[in-house]
Write a protein of this length. Structure first.
Length: 195
Protein backbone atom coordinates (compact mmCIF):
# COMPACT_ATOMS: atom_id res chain seq x y z
CA UNK A 1 0.00 0.00 0.00
CA UNK A 2 1.52 3.34 -1.05
CA UNK A 3 0.81 6.66 0.65
CA UNK A 4 0.88 10.13 -0.90
CA UNK A 5 3.39 12.45 0.75
CA UNK A 6 3.54 16.22 1.08
CA UNK A 7 4.86 17.92 -2.08
CA UNK A 8 8.49 18.96 -1.92
CA UNK A 9 11.66 18.90 -3.99
CA UNK A 10 12.85 15.44 -3.02
CA UNK A 11 16.57 15.74 -2.35
CA UNK A 12 17.39 12.64 -0.46
CA UNK A 13 20.08 11.36 -0.50
CA UNK A 14 22.59 13.89 -1.74
CA UNK A 15 25.98 15.18 -0.63
CA UNK A 16 25.99 18.39 1.36
CA UNK A 17 28.41 20.63 -0.51
CA UNK A 18 29.78 24.11 0.09
CA UNK A 19 29.66 26.77 -2.62
CA UNK A 20 32.08 29.67 -2.26
CA UNK A 21 32.56 32.97 -4.12
CA UNK A 22 34.16 36.38 -3.55
CA UNK A 23 32.00 39.42 -2.81
CA UNK A 24 32.67 42.89 -4.27
CA UNK A 25 35.28 43.56 -1.53
CA UNK A 26 37.16 40.32 -2.19
CA UNK A 27 35.75 38.68 0.95
CA UNK A 28 35.03 34.97 0.69
CA UNK A 29 31.37 33.96 1.00
CA UNK A 30 30.20 30.38 1.40
CA UNK A 31 26.95 28.53 1.87
CA UNK A 32 26.03 24.89 2.28
CA UNK A 33 23.90 23.41 -0.51
CA UNK A 34 21.92 20.26 -1.11
CA UNK A 35 20.43 21.36 -4.45
CA UNK A 36 23.29 20.21 -6.63
CA UNK A 37 23.70 17.93 -9.63
CA UNK A 38 26.17 17.18 -12.42
CA UNK A 39 24.56 18.27 -15.72
CA UNK A 40 27.02 17.73 -18.64
CA UNK A 41 30.00 15.55 -19.53
CA UNK A 42 31.28 17.69 -22.42
CA UNK A 43 32.08 20.27 -21.29
CA UNK A 44 31.96 19.06 -17.70
CA UNK A 45 29.26 21.08 -15.93
CA UNK A 46 27.36 21.02 -12.69
CA UNK A 47 24.30 22.93 -11.58
CA UNK A 48 23.45 24.32 -8.18
CA UNK A 49 20.22 25.99 -7.08
CA UNK A 50 20.15 28.81 -4.56
CA UNK A 51 17.05 30.40 -3.04
CA UNK A 52 16.77 33.85 -4.58
CA UNK A 53 13.81 34.78 -2.37
CA UNK A 54 15.74 34.29 0.89
CA UNK A 55 18.89 35.70 2.50
CA UNK A 56 21.73 34.30 0.37
CA UNK A 57 24.86 36.44 0.16
CA UNK A 58 26.73 33.72 -1.69
CA UNK A 59 24.20 33.80 -4.55
CA UNK A 60 24.85 37.52 -5.03
CA UNK A 61 28.62 36.95 -5.02
CA UNK A 62 28.45 34.09 -7.53
CA UNK A 63 26.31 36.13 -9.93
CA UNK A 64 28.59 39.16 -9.48
CA UNK A 65 31.89 37.34 -10.00
CA UNK A 66 30.77 34.74 -12.55
CA UNK A 67 32.70 32.08 -10.70
CA UNK A 68 32.42 29.75 -7.74
CA UNK A 69 33.93 26.70 -6.15
CA UNK A 70 32.21 23.62 -4.80
CA UNK A 71 33.88 21.88 -1.87
CA UNK A 72 32.96 18.55 -0.35
CA UNK A 73 33.08 18.47 3.46
CA UNK A 74 33.73 15.14 5.12
CA UNK A 75 31.42 13.75 7.79
CA UNK A 76 33.88 14.90 10.49
CA UNK A 77 33.16 18.46 9.28
CA UNK A 78 29.36 18.19 9.62
CA UNK A 79 29.14 20.81 12.40
CA UNK A 80 31.16 23.32 10.36
CA UNK A 81 29.10 22.65 7.21
CA UNK A 82 25.90 22.96 9.24
CA UNK A 83 26.87 26.38 10.59
CA UNK A 84 27.88 27.60 7.12
CA UNK A 85 24.36 26.55 6.07
CA UNK A 86 22.66 28.29 9.00
CA UNK A 87 24.37 31.66 9.37
CA UNK A 88 24.50 34.26 6.58
CA UNK A 89 27.61 36.06 5.42
CA UNK A 90 25.53 39.25 5.77
CA UNK A 91 25.67 38.81 9.58
CA UNK A 92 28.63 36.52 10.28
CA UNK A 93 32.26 35.93 9.34
CA UNK A 94 31.31 32.27 9.35
CA UNK A 95 34.30 30.81 7.49
CA UNK A 96 36.55 32.25 10.22
CA UNK A 97 34.05 31.29 12.94
CA UNK A 98 34.39 27.60 12.07
CA UNK A 99 38.18 27.93 11.91
CA UNK A 100 38.48 27.53 8.14
CA UNK A 101 40.73 29.46 5.78
CA UNK A 102 40.67 30.19 2.05
CA UNK A 103 43.08 30.55 -0.88
CA UNK A 104 42.26 31.93 -4.32
CA UNK A 105 41.37 29.17 -6.78
CA UNK A 106 43.92 28.30 -9.49
CA UNK A 107 41.66 28.84 -12.52
CA UNK A 108 38.77 31.10 -11.43
CA UNK A 109 38.25 34.19 -9.30
CA UNK A 110 36.74 32.33 -6.36
CA UNK A 111 37.93 31.06 -2.98
CA UNK A 112 39.00 27.50 -2.23
CA UNK A 113 38.31 26.45 1.36
CA UNK A 114 41.65 24.91 2.35
CA UNK A 115 40.16 22.50 4.87
CA UNK A 116 37.94 20.75 2.28
CA UNK A 117 39.68 17.81 0.62
CA UNK A 118 37.96 17.95 -2.76
CA UNK A 119 37.20 21.21 -4.55
CA UNK A 120 35.78 21.87 -8.00
CA UNK A 121 36.41 25.26 -9.63
CA UNK A 122 33.63 26.51 -11.90
CA UNK A 123 32.93 29.43 -14.20
CA UNK A 124 29.28 30.38 -14.56
CA UNK A 125 27.94 29.48 -18.03
CA UNK A 126 24.19 29.75 -17.49
CA UNK A 127 21.57 30.86 -14.97
CA UNK A 128 17.86 30.03 -14.95
CA UNK A 129 15.22 31.14 -12.46
CA UNK A 130 12.79 28.39 -11.49
CA UNK A 131 10.28 29.25 -8.79
CA UNK A 132 12.06 30.38 -5.65
CA UNK A 133 15.53 29.31 -6.81
CA UNK A 134 18.15 30.50 -9.25
CA UNK A 135 19.84 27.58 -10.99
CA UNK A 136 23.46 28.28 -11.76
CA UNK A 137 25.34 26.05 -14.15
CA UNK A 138 29.10 26.13 -13.81
CA UNK A 139 31.62 24.67 -16.22
CA UNK A 140 34.22 22.71 -14.29
CA UNK A 141 37.61 24.20 -15.15
CA UNK A 142 39.76 22.71 -12.38
CA UNK A 143 39.55 20.07 -9.67
CA UNK A 144 41.83 20.04 -6.64
CA UNK A 145 42.07 17.01 -4.38
CA UNK A 146 44.05 16.47 -1.21
CA UNK A 147 46.58 13.66 -1.69
CA UNK A 148 45.16 11.94 1.37
CA UNK A 149 41.92 11.03 -0.49
CA UNK A 150 43.56 9.65 -3.65
CA UNK A 151 44.00 5.97 -4.46
CA UNK A 152 47.04 4.44 -6.16
CA UNK A 153 45.61 5.38 -9.61
CA UNK A 154 45.23 9.05 -8.64
CA UNK A 155 41.44 8.84 -8.47
CA UNK A 156 39.65 10.21 -5.45
CA UNK A 157 38.30 7.55 -3.15
CA UNK A 158 34.87 8.30 -1.68
CA UNK A 159 35.67 6.08 1.30
CA UNK A 160 38.61 8.37 2.09
CA UNK A 161 36.69 11.58 1.40
CA UNK A 162 33.83 10.30 3.59
CA UNK A 163 31.33 12.93 2.33
CA UNK A 164 28.31 14.12 4.28
CA UNK A 165 25.10 12.60 2.95
CA UNK A 166 22.22 14.97 3.65
CA UNK A 167 18.81 13.50 4.34
CA UNK A 168 16.31 16.32 3.92
CA UNK A 169 13.34 14.15 4.82
CA UNK A 170 14.72 13.48 8.32
CA UNK A 171 16.95 16.59 8.56
CA UNK A 172 19.93 14.34 9.28
CA UNK A 173 23.51 13.96 8.19
CA UNK A 174 24.46 10.41 7.27
CA UNK A 175 27.56 8.55 6.23
CA UNK A 176 28.06 6.92 2.85
CA UNK A 177 27.68 3.14 2.82
CA UNK A 178 30.31 0.77 1.48
CA UNK A 179 30.79 -0.52 -2.07
CA UNK A 180 28.35 -3.28 -3.06
CA UNK A 181 28.96 -3.90 -6.79
CA UNK A 182 30.82 -2.66 -9.87
CA UNK A 183 28.88 -0.05 -11.89
CA UNK A 184 28.36 -0.87 -15.61
CA UNK A 185 29.28 -4.49 -14.79
CA UNK A 186 26.68 -5.77 -12.34
CA UNK A 187 23.91 -5.46 -14.97
CA UNK A 188 25.78 -7.42 -17.63
CA UNK A 189 24.13 -10.62 -16.43
CA UNK A 190 20.96 -9.46 -18.19
CA UNK A 191 22.61 -8.85 -21.59
CA UNK A 192 21.38 -11.12 -24.37
CA UNK A 193 24.84 -12.01 -25.63
CA UNK A 194 26.28 -12.73 -22.20
CA UNK A 195 28.85 -15.52 -22.22
C1 LIG B 1 22.33 20.90 4.75
C2 LIG B 1 21.93 22.21 4.15
C3 LIG B 1 21.59 22.28 2.81
C4 LIG B 1 21.23 23.50 2.24
N1 LIG B 1 20.91 23.54 0.90
C5 LIG B 1 20.59 24.72 0.34
C6 LIG B 1 20.32 24.78 -1.07
O1 LIG B 1 20.46 23.80 -1.81
N2 LIG B 1 19.97 25.99 -1.60
C7 LIG B 1 19.86 27.12 -0.83
O2 LIG B 1 19.50 28.18 -1.35
N3 LIG B 1 20.14 27.08 0.50
C8 LIG B 1 20.51 25.93 1.09
N4 LIG B 1 20.82 25.89 2.43
C9 LIG B 1 20.74 27.13 3.22
C10 LIG B 1 21.95 28.08 3.05
O3 LIG B 1 23.18 27.39 3.13
C11 LIG B 1 21.88 29.15 4.15
O4 LIG B 1 20.72 29.92 4.00
C12 LIG B 1 23.10 30.03 4.30
O5 LIG B 1 23.02 30.65 5.55
C13 LIG B 1 23.23 31.11 3.24
O6 LIG B 1 24.39 31.84 3.56
P1 LIG B 1 24.84 33.18 2.80
O7 LIG B 1 23.79 34.24 3.03
O8 LIG B 1 26.15 33.53 3.47
O9 LIG B 1 25.00 32.83 1.35
C14 LIG B 1 21.19 24.68 3.02
C15 LIG B 1 21.55 24.61 4.38
C16 LIG B 1 21.92 23.39 4.93
C17 LIG B 1 22.30 23.35 6.40
Amino acid sequence: MKKTLKLRAVVSPTPAIIAAAYDENGKADACTLAFYTPTSHKPPCLTIAINATAKRKTLKSILRSGAFTIGYPSIEQAAEADWIGMASGYDHDKIAEVGWTTTKAEKVDAPVINELKLTVECKVVNTVDIGSHTQITGEVVNIQADESILDERGKYDLAKLNPIIYDEEQFAYRTLGGKTADAFKAGLRFRDDRP
